[in-house]
Write a protein that binds this ligand. Sequence first.
Ligand code: SAM
Length: 216
Amino acid sequence: MRRPTKYTTSARLYDLISFEWPVYRAGREVAFELLNLPAGSHVLDLGCGTGLNFAGLQRMIGPTGSITGVDASPQMLEQARLRAHRAGWNNVTLVAADATTLASADLGKRAPFDAALSTYALSLMTPWQAALEAMIAATRVGGVVAVVDMQRPVGRAAVWTPLAKLACRLGGADIEAHPWTAMTPLLRDLSTRSVRGGHIQVRVGTVVSRPAEPSS
Ligand SMILES: C[S@@+](CC[C@H](N)C(=O)[O-])C[C@H]1O[C@@H](n2cnc3c(N)ncnc32)[C@H](O)[C@@H]1O
């Protein structure tokens, strides 16, 4: 498995150093609002990191739902495990895997999922197209897929571009990847939102058909 080099020793500090509260939390809150999942939903969180999406997801899905978090970094997964343990969430399953070569056999009995999301993660993956397709392939027809990712700020917010580029570079993200652009032909009823001066892009759409699994 290809391991991202950035998310090893820094995993324990990730929640503190990732600009979560001033910047990136806004994107996940918009995704939760657009996903609007019913209680009991089974959700895939691709590139889940330390599990910063888990509390928001739990608010919607409740104890009868489940979260399957996938990440390539064992250190990030350990932080996610601690978060779930401390909160008493028994419905979280964590899987160490490379999202770009993901197969349904990696995902356990909850697949295909009612929903899948990937926040600030696809733009770190090469090729991100394979991870996006794997995410859609792991979601049932009629289920929903959310992508939250980054680009350069636009309009008056463009003055923040050097800072946005620095944050992406430090995190190992390609600010020019724009992975949400590939969702349009694959999903229907695509909702589009943009926050923090366009730096954060949110897309949520419904799965119409599941692409074939990537060959290993
Ligand atoms: C910037 S963090 C975002 C974590 C989390 N989604 C969030 O919103 O805070 C990116 C995560 O993607 C993971 N990652 C990078 N490449 C990956 C890959 N090919 N497969 C699975 N996870 C990967 C990293 O280990 C890291 O935890």
